[in-house]
Design a protein around this ligand. Structure first.
Ligand code: SF4
Length: 376
């Protein structure tokens, strides 16, 4: 093996870099290690098809980048939220959602977020830094392992880039992650969804990429006055310009576009909001996901009632747009983006991180205990 100057994160390095690191080992070793990491979700220690000595050398060179601080599992066991600490102390969240026949992972691309959306716990806490590809990919691998080892094992079928941060503000990492998940974990492009608040240069770059991933736009308001307030980046990329960029994406990708709309009582759930939203969505043939808002401590208003959410959905249908009410998962585990992190960043609540394998087992055990009600 060829030792490098400093250890590297094991999901940061490319296959070519792994081959270089393995040096004079036979070439099938690269396959064994790569598949062990990406298809079997194993740690270096668990690569038992390698000699003990080689494992020990690899362990010195390739480190994990995520240390589990805590994992919260919803009462019915279908949602697990992970809070990770990175090597520099920054913290990020990942959410694993189990469905009867599959699983979805929601990943973070930044520690914190600079977009300052008014109603979002992550936005309220500010921006720490961009994540590297290894830190993003590792979130999927660790969640996939929990899903695979749970009481009713699930395969990860969908990845949504909807956790902390604005994916298109960290474009290179986001795209490198999408490629790695597609090529090495085997997630098809139509099961990868990148969300954005509407970073137009990023949408244009995405349109030029070879993989036709899904695009989800966090819209939340369909007139500039309200959107400037709720989603401040709208001042730089207003709705008319955003629509033009989205038309460009659709023209080359031919994928369904979706709009995310967090339902805020008395703010964006009026009849006039439904009319504006329906018109904007119709012109782009976009599907609308209505999200009952999780309460966040720093935002004074509350989510719309479920009665109003249903009425709003009906109004959208009456205006000729397609809309679904998104199941609101994990309100009992601070599952709104950034909430768990905020709780743990209060000094009095801060806990020492556990070793990752132990903590992963804890998450699986919790999921097992709580998953009786989950349909097979
Ligand atoms: S909603 Fe998304 S883009 Fe807006 S502040 Fe929160 S994490 Fe950032």
């Amino acid at each position: 093996m060829t030792a490098t100057a400093a250890p590297q994160h094991r999901f940061e390095i490319s296959r070519e870099q792994l081959a270089t690191l393995l040096g004079d080992q036979p070439s099938y070793r690269v396959d064994q290690v790569w598949k062990g990491f990406y298809e079997q979700f194993r740690s270096v220690d668990e690569l038992t098809n390698l000699s003990k000595g080689l494992r020990a050398e690899l362990e010195e060179q390739l480190t994990d980048s995520l240390e589990l601080v805590t994992a919260s599992v919803s009462e019915n066991g279908d949602t697990t939220k992970f809070l990770w600490r990175l090597h520099d102390g920054a913290t990020i969240e990942t959410v694993l959602m189990l469905y009867p026949d599959r699983a979805t992972v929601c990943i973070s691309t930044q520690a914190g977020c600079a977009m300052a959306c008014q109603f979002c716990a992550t936005g309220q806490a500010g921006f720490d830094r961009h994540l590297g590809v290894g830190e993003v990919v590792e979130q999927v691998i660790k969640a996939a392992r929990v899903a695979a080892e749970g009481p009713t094992p699930r395969r990860i079928s969908n990845i949504v880039f909807m956790g902390m941060g604005e994916p298109l503000a960290n474009y290179d990492t986001t795209w490198a992650t999408a490629q790695r998940l597609h090529a090495d974990v085997g997630i098809s492009a139509r099961h990868l969804t990148i969300s954005t608040v509407g970073i137009i240069p990023g949408i244009r770059r995405l349109a030029a990429e070879p993989l036709p991933v899904n695009l989800a736009v966090s819209l939340h308001a369909a007139n500039d006055e309200l959107r400037d307030e709720l989603v401040p980046i709208n001042k730089r990329y207003p709705l008319a310009d955003l629509a033009e960029a989205l038309h460009g994406y659709l023209a080359v990708k031919n994928r369904r576009l979706s709009f995310e709309w967090a339902m805020i009582d008395g703010v964006n759930d009026r009849d006039s909001d439904a009319a504006e939203l329906a018109e904007y969505a119709r012109s782009l043939r976009a599907h609308i996901n209505l999200i009952p808002l999780n309460p966040t401590p720093g935002y004074p208003t509350v989510g719309s009632t479920m009665k109003r959410v249903r009425e709003f959905r009906q109004l959208l249908e009456d205006f000729g747009a397609n809309a679904t009410i998104r199941q609101n998962r994990g309100t009992d585990i601070d599952a709104a983006c950034g909430q768990l992190r905020n709780v743990y960043q209060r000094p009095k609540d801060r806990r020492i991180g556990e070793r990752i394998p132990e903590a992963t087992r804890v998450a699986v055990d919790l999921a097992r205990k709580r998953s009786d009600s989950l349909p097979e």
